[in-house]
Ligand binder design. Sequence first.
Ligand code: ADP
Ligand code: MG
Ligand code: MG
Length: 198
Amino acid sequence: MLDADFFRRWMTAAAASVDREAEHLTALDSPIGDADHGSNLRRGFLAVAAALEKEAPDTPGAVLVLAGRQLISTVGGASGPLYGTLLRRTGKALGDAAEVSEERFAEALDAGVDAVMRLGGAAPGDKTMIDALVPAVAALGEGFGAAAAAAERGAEATVPLQARKGRASYLGERSIGHRDPGATSAALLVAALTEAAG
Ligand code: ADP
Ligand code: MG
Ligand code: MG
């Protein structure tokens, strides 16, 4: 079973990973975006880590709802509302249970990813974070390691795609040949689950 501590560790590990990889994420956002993805997410996840320390929410759902709210309010770019919606919707789907099974978490994350697709209008293959999140959710039944590997493959598979959503889509065919920054950060977020699980 996964408790509030597990979800706090997930967010803390994600914050550390985004902090470590911020320059890389921003470099990926340079040729096909506006070179701010790493700084956007660093600011957002540092705010998440600070809020979790201050408020110490005591259920899995409350941890993720608080984290999502912080991302929405602190990240100016497109990724803030999208990741914020992912975490908030996932948290809401977990309700007020003190502990949740991995199956229930997988269902909740599926609902969270659906909410991101509704908000942003992106489908798999549009060269966005969705290309890492959808395969991760599909693999979650086989464990966090399998989900992380699937997310990483999904992020790598964005390289030959032409962007159809977000800033990169303005480039048309010139977006081809570059790895999507949001799919890359989504893979970091999923990989942080394996760290939280220890
Ligand atoms: P901005 O583009 O506003 O500067 P960021 O650089 O922080 O925001 O985030 C860019 C990432 O957000 C993209 O690489 C992509 O993965 C993701 N993204 C952008 N638009 C969408 C969308 N409509 N649906 C899903 N993901 C999106
Ligand atoms: Mg950007
Ligand atoms: Mg921007």
